[in-house]
Design a protein around this ligand. Structure first.
Ligand code: C2E
Ligand code: CA
Ligand code: CA
Ligand code: CA
Length: 279
């Protein structure tokens, strides 16, 4: 029995080493990916529910390795967060989005709001306000066209500090959105203490409409609440006409989803948007 215990321990520590090795390997490849330009942003249009007009887009990171493999963000963003690389990657996302947005404006495309996702480390452990201010100045992209998406867990982590940062960001003129709403520990009271402009209903509520009446109740309630708080409300993951009908009925403001468009590479997005504007 003694021997078993030792084996067990040995096995356990080998697993840890393996996980650590895996992390170091991914970190190395991720740094290389940045340098080699293997990271890019896709843009998913956000449509107005009432008339289908595109009024914004969310930037979503993509990693295509040299051999053509697409690595989904959920497989490398958490590792980037653990290793601290997220600050470099996050700053790259902000800068790329702003220069892309400015390019589209210069090309004569009608203005649209671009949203980027912020991770908690990027938000709390870097001078995010300074980064945003400098990037806007450098690229010439207007602050009111930039939206920052944050999750509930980021805001709940250090509430006081978060409110300070959000207020400073708000003063710059950028819009602030709460992402994946309904999946965290939402004490609804916090919605009032944070200066948030936009609420994004998590796709886990949308996906089972109209099969699950609970999810329909919850979605309708979130929409009504957001409206009472004077927030713009966005439904994510909209895939079917039934879901659209539901959102129309409950007067959701905006939606994103495969029903109208997946995230698109920059050039394809610009083409899609230009077509859409002249239709
Ligand atoms: P998210 O911010 O909730 O992004 C929405 C995800 O839903 C995206 O997955 C998008 O491609 C997907 N989606 C869009 N329409 C539909 C639909 O109709 N049905 C379904 N089932 N899914 C849809 P993606 O691009 O794989 O990103 C996953 C997550 O990775 C994001 O979730 C976000 O948390 C994170 N992420 C992506 N880009 C960045 C980034 O630049 N920085 C940070 N920090 N996180 C990012
Ligand atoms: Ca998001
Ligand atoms: Ca989301
Ligand atoms: Ca669900």
């Amino acid at each position: 029995a003694k021997g078993d215990g030792r084996n067990c321990f040995k096995y356990f520590s080998e697993e840890l080493t393996l996980a650590a090795r895996e992390r170091i390997k991914t970190e190395f490849h991720l740094r290389q990916a940045l340098e080699r330009g293997e990271l890019s942003l896709f843009y998913q249009p956000q449509f107005r529910v009432t008339d289908g007009k595109i009024i914004g887009a969310e930037a979503l990171i993509r990693w295509r390795t040299a051999d053509g493999e697409m690595i989904p963000p959920l497989r490398f963003i958490p590792i980037a967060e653990e290793t601290g690389l997220i600050t470099v990657i996050g700053n790259w996302v902000i800068e790329t989005t702003c220069s892309q947005g400015k390019e589209w404006l210069n090309a004569g495309l009608p203005p649209l709001r671009l949203a980027v996702n912020l991770s908690s480390k990027q938000f709390l452990h870097s001078d995010i306000c300074e980064v945003i201010e400098k990037t806007l100045a450098k690229t010439g992209f207007p602050a009111h066209l930039l939206e920052l998406e944050l999750t509930e867990s980021i805001l709940m982590k250090r509430e006081k500090e978060a409110i300070d940062i959000l207020n400073r960001l708000h003063e710059l003129g950028v819009h602030l959105a709460i992402d994946d709403f309904g999946t965290g520990y939402s004490s609804l009271a916090y919605l009032k203490s944070f200066p948030l402009d936009v609420l994004k209903i998590d796709k886990s509520f949308i996906e089972d409409i109209p099969r699950h009446s609970d999810d329909m109740e919850i979605t309708a309630t979130i929409i009504a609440m957001a409206k009472n708080l004077r927030m713009r409300v966005v439904a994510e993951g909209v895939e079917s006409p039934e879901q659209m009908t539901f959102l129309q009925k409950h007067q959701c403001d905006l939606y994103q989803g495969y029903y109208s468009s997946p995230p698109l590479p920059a050039a394809e997005f610009a083409y899609f948007y230009a077509q859409h504007c002249t239709d």
